[in-house]
Design a protein around this ligand. Structure first.
Ligand code: PLP
Length: 363
């Protein structure tokens, strides 16, 4: 197998894939695949409930937060966050200021745009796509319904290095591309959400952890499938959930526990991204990054070759060595190596060695 630096869907732990293979035709004595059994069956509900509990434990999420399993991906949460928190019939009439967005990359910009379609929003601060706006620069209306940001901007490779202090205004974060990669205190948040397809398995499952008091604020006419309450009140079994994706997430939970949990992932993320940034910084301009060092993502390492006519050769030679999917996002070009939890340290080391060798030959 190759080392896969895809930004998502992305590499899965080998042990997880092997277990999927072993259980594919006969899921734990049921005589059929997990894909073929009812979501109401005992075998599946055990997996479903255990996954919620294990995630709660891995992320240290207290009981006052509900863990919701949904579909629709990040784009659906771009709508669900405002639909659930911005409503003028909000349970809290002192919060009529709409959503307040920190915008510093592709995904926070998209989220703000989508919220703007549903009601008034304000912008707390904007980044210049190389940085994270700092606390003292945030302008948050006192009556804002919520403050929203993206903890790791996957396209540009920009990661927050602090949790914004929003006072009494609930804080909401998109943690799609760095969940389970460093410990954080969820008590500072009203809600967090993430797609599973980077650090929690495969596409098709989207998770939110929402504080109880923020559930049930959607307007009366909110479509049932877009109301967090529908998931919270039915243990995320309102309709058929993405059973296979939940099963994979379950295996990922077990894998994470065996590895040493989130603190161990944080250690590895620093090592992997550090190995790549060191090569970029030591290259004297042959490679360069645009993100200011304090905000460099530990997940998505973006960089550009000085001579962009070498881009295709760089990607081809890397792929020939089994170092796959390192081309940058089509909107910004360059290169992007995503080193999510399942990418072994060895993968990052091999990519760093290749980069040094390529520079020696072409620099
Ligand atoms: N948020 C972040 C941080 C992402 O990286 C992505 C996709 O890569 C999204 C949101 C959008 O997710 P989806 O493609 O599931 O709608």
């Amino acid at each position: 197998r190759c080392f896969n630096f895809s930004a998502g869907p992305s590499e899965l732990p080998l042990e997880v894939l092997e277990q999927v293979r072993d259980e594919l035709l006969d899921f734990r004595g049921t005589g059929c695949s997990i894909m073929e059994i009812s979501h109401r069956s005992k075998a599946f509900t055990e997996v479903h409930n255990e996954t919620q509990q294990m995630l709660r434990s891995l992320l240290d999420i207290p009981e006052e937060y509900d863990i919701l399993f949904m579909q629709g991906g990040g784009h659906m949460q771009f709508s669900m966050v405002p639909l659930n928190l911005m409503a003028p019939v909000s349970a809290d009439p002192s919060r009529r200021g709409g959503g307040c967005y920190i915008v510093n990359g592709t995904w926070s910009r998209k989220a703000a745009h989508e919220a703007g379609r549903l009601g008034g929003i304000s912008i707390a601060a904007e980044g210049d796509e190389t940085n994270v706006p700092q606390q003292q620069d945030l302008r948050i209306p006192e009556d804002a319904s919520y403050v929203y940001y993206c903890d790791n901007e996957t396209v540009h490779g920009i990661e927050f290095n602090y949790v914004p202090d929003t006072g009494r205004v609930p804080l909401v974060a998109d943690m799609s591309s760095n969940i389970l990669t460093r410990p954080f205190d969820i008590r500072k948040f009203g809600a967090i959400w993430f797609g599973a397809q980077k650090n929690f398995g495969i596409a098709g499952l989207t998770i939110a952890a929402v504080r109880h008091d923020l559930i049930g604020r959607a307007p009366e006419n909110c479509p049932v499938m877009l109301d967090w309450k529908s998931y919270s009140s039915k243990n995320s079994m309102l309709n058929t959930p993405p059973t296979f994706a939940i099963y994979i997430a379950n295996l990922v939970c077990h894998w994470l526990e065996k590895q040493g949990g989130v603190p161990e992932m944080a250690k590895r993320a620093a090592e992997k991204s550090g190995a790549l940034y060191s090569v970029i910084d030591a290259s004297d301009g042959f490679y360069s990054g645009k993100v200011k060092p304090a905000f460099r993502s530990r997940m998505n390492v973006t960089f550009w070759l000085k001579d962009e006519s070498l881009n295709d050769l760089f990607v081809e030679e890397a792929a020939a060595l089994g170092l796959k999917n390192i081309r940058g996002h089509r909107s910004i070009g360059g290169m992007r190596a995503s080193v999510y939890n399942a990418v072994p340290t060895e993968g990052a080391t091999q990519l760093a060695d290749f980069m040094k060798d390529f520079e020696r030959r072409h620099g």
